[in-house]
Design a protein around this ligand. Structure first.
Ligand code: VGL
Ligand code: ZN
Length: 198
């Protein structure tokens, strides 16, 4: 069964010292590099937002970071400004083995919509193109690692399961933001969606 490792958002801004730092985010880079050789394909995703992105709290009047607002496509958490296109924080972690990757897919570049999942933007309809790439490569099994466990990894893994891929999340190669218990909630939702947590 051809398999792919999907590395979610292993970027400077999600690591300690970054704009939306995930605790221990840098600890998973070496384990991820070690995993890459075990797969037929390696895909990296890159969170990639324009300055005026609607997920940034400072683009909303009087909105606090980590509060939730209603967008046309549903509820959206407002984040500190992060992964701005071309900024140092949007780069991959310097130790990530970027050269091994077959594909880098960017997401979240439309100002009006956020994109946690590597497959669909947050309206659950706009496609990133990743499904087509994997199908054309004949890939049927996907393992997910990266940041953050409870947002972009979880949403990507659940979409992949819905699309019919065999999906696992390698939890020790992820770290969570854990906003109001979002880590446990994500684990429950992933299991319910048919994702295997290992
Ligand atoms: C992410 C919040 C905002 C993630 C990206 O990679 O999990 N979380 N943008
Ligand atoms: Zn983002």
């Amino acid at each position: 069964m051809p398999s792919a490792l999907i590395v979610i958002d292993a970027q400077v801004d999600f690591c300690p010292g970054g704009r939306l730092a995930v605790e221990g985010g840098d600890e998973i880079i070496a384990p991820i590099n070690d995993l890459m050789a075990d797969y037929d394909a390696v895909v990296l995703t890159q969170d990639w937002h324009p300055d005026d992105h609607s997920s940034f709290a400072d683009n909303h009047a009087e909105a606090a970071p980590f509060s939730t607002v209603e967008m046309p496509y549903g509820p959206q958490v407002l984040w500190p400004r992060h992964c701005v296109i071309g900024s140092p924080g949007a780069e991959f972690h310097p130790a990530l083995a970027v050269d091994v990757a077959d594909l880098v897919i960017r997401k979240g570049f439309r100002p009006e919509i956020d994109s946690y999942s590597a497959f669909f933007e947050n309206d659950h309809q706009t496609r990133t193109g990743l499904e087509g790439y994997l199908r054309e490569r004949g890939v049927t099994a996907l393992d997910f690692v990266g940041l953050a466990h409870d947002f972009c990894v979880a949403w990507s893994a659940m979409d992949a399961a819905k699309l019919g891929f065999a999906v696992r999340v390698i939890e020790e190669a992820t770290r969570a933001i854990d906003l109001d218990g979002s880590r446990a909630a994500a684990q429950e939702k992933m299991r319910a969606a048919g994702v295997t947590l290992i």
